[in-house]
Design a protein around this ligand. Structure first.
Ligand SMILES: [Zn+2]
Length: 253
């Protein structure tokens, strides 16, 4: 699967700001974590963090930065705002937007549920043609915009900051299960295999011979049939090449 992750705002637009928190900083932090968590499960592309995807959409640069039709799923990360209030012990919550005519929404709903399960109110799935996800949708690509939580709600931000790993893992896990992603096993290269074999053979050669071959070994050594390697080691638990075999047979002549 080709996944495009977009961190909302940036390039001079901080997004929503509340206290020490800037939306553009937090969206990049979430996307950075998701890139690490999903690596190996799918091809993850991160929209250039120095750019603002919304500005790029407005100036016609979006498709020049990333070829939208190449992706299977576009996820844009944002933080909500405007529900500011005193710390009231209640979280305002997480919500996810899909384009108004999006057909399948099970994965999006699960992303939202998974984040909510960490400790945020589930505001659920909503439909709105936000510029960037709608551009993806019109390019035939499934897309969603996740509002992780309310940046200006102290209760939300306490959950987000103290359970950041759980929040990002929840998003990643929802994507992994909903899109049936499997961690790709990296194929072993010839060089790696050769290095493993060298180590295996070196370790085998160090193993002590077993008692059952005592008599045979004593005979073979006395008759000079087995002489050992250049280091004098007999390496009884290692393998014999055809060359070594005929050499030993030759010595019995
Ligand atoms: Zn935003």
């Amino acid at each position: 699967m080709q996944l495009l992750l977009i961190a909302g705002h940036g390039a001079g637009d901080p997004g929503a700001v509340s206290g020490v928190f800037q939306e553009a900083v937090e969206t990049r932090r979430v996307v950075g974590a998701l890139v690490r968590l999903l690596k190996g499960y799918c091809d993850v592309t991160q929209y250039p963090p120095v750019r603002n995807a919304f500005s790029d959409f407005r100036t016609g640069q979006l498709n020049k930065q990333v070829p939208l039709p190449d992706f299977d799923f576009v996820l844009e990360i944002h933080f909500n705002a405007s529900a500011a209030g005193p710390k009231d012990g209640k979280t305002k919550g997480v919500e996810i937007f899909v384009p108004t005519s999006a057909a399948e929404t099970a994965a999006e709903e699960q992303i939202c549920r998974a984040v909510a399960a960490v400790g945020l109110t589930n505001r659920g799935l909503k439909r709105y043609n936000w510029a960037v996800i709608n551009a993806a949708h019109r390019a035939g690509v499934r897309s969603a915009l996740l509002e992780v939580c309310f940046i200006d709600d102290p209760d939300d931000m306490l959950v987000y900051t103290t359970k950041f790993d759980a929040v990002t893992q929840a998003i990643a896990n929802a994507i992994i299960t909903q899109f049936s992603l499997k961690k790709e096993e990296k194929p072993v290269t010839y060089e790696e295999f050769a290095a493993f074999m060298d180590r295996y053979l070196t370790n085998r050669a160090k193993l002590a011979p077993s008692a059952w071959s005592n008599e045979a070994r004593a005979w073979a050594e006395k008759a000079n049939i087995v002489q050992g390697g250049s280091d004098g080691e007999k390496k009884y638990q290692s393998f014999v090449t055809r060359e070594e075999l005929v050499q030993m047979l030759f010595r019995t002549k």
